[in-house]
Design a protein around this ligand. Structure first.
Ligand SMILES: [Zn+2]
Length: 213
């Protein structure tokens, strides 16, 4: 198992936030409020209560995806408030976080620091430049999940990946049903100049350490 964030793959850490019935078929799942979905939730308090109920399920391995998005059509104050509630739940129930973050890395980091959040934090669909990567690597509990969609030459992550230690790297399908994990790992191995098998085994170990299988 290595898919750390997916909306359809039952063999990975599946995000059930939009359909709680997926819990049944999952091996492990995450649940949370995506910043872009915030305005579609009519009763926030109820939804947060539902998250708390699901967190008690043995198969719940993380809170998320949650976080901050510069392009979400909702003001940042409201986004931060809901993100903070979820960080608190993750802390209370000792669960890692799956983070959705677009261009607001400093803000996410500030909230996590203020909360003294020390469990694993996975930035999913990660894409950032070398300056941001260097900064985020100072937090020992931060991990970076790569997708085929993001790991392309035109994106910053293509260049900044060389800075990220193998022990911090994860892979994901997210919403892409055609994800070729073999190809994705091969690309990571080439960029980082490691043997394919070493990369694959390390990513599987990273997954296990976070999901605690
Ligand atoms: Zn997602």
């Amino acid at each position: 198992m290595l898919d750390i964030h997916t909306h359809f793959n039952f063999q990975g850490l599946i995000d059930v936030s939009e359909d709680f019935s997926l819990v049944e078929k999952s091996v492990v799942f995450s649940v949370g409020i995506h910043p872009n979905k915030l305005k579609t939730i009519s009763n926030l308090e109820d939804y947060l209560e539902n998250i708390k109920l699901l967190v008690n399920d043995k198969k719940c391995a993380a809170i998320g995806e949650c976080g901050l998005d510069k392009f979400a059509q909702l003001d940042l104050v409201q986004q931060e408030k809901v993100f903070l509630s979820q960080v608190e739940i993750a802390k209370q129930y000792s669960k890692p976080l799956i983070i959705h973050c677009v261009r607001l890395f400093n803000e996410v980091e500030r909230i996590l620091k203020q909360q003294k959040f020390s469990l694993p934090v996975v930035f999913h669909g990660f894409n950032a430049n070398q300056v941001v990567v260097k900064h985020l690597l100072k937090s020992p509990n931060f991990y970076f999940s790569l997708s085929e969609k993001m790991l392309q030459e035109k994106n910053n992550i293509f260049k900044s990946l060389s800075l990220i230690p193998l022990e911090k790297i994860l892979v994901e399908s997210d919403t892409d049903q055609n994800t070729d994990f073999y190809g994705l790992i091969k690309k990571i191995a080439e960029i980082k100049q490691f043997d394919f098998q070493v990369v694959k085994t390390t990513i599987e170990t990273n997954f296990k350490n976070i999901v605690l299988l």
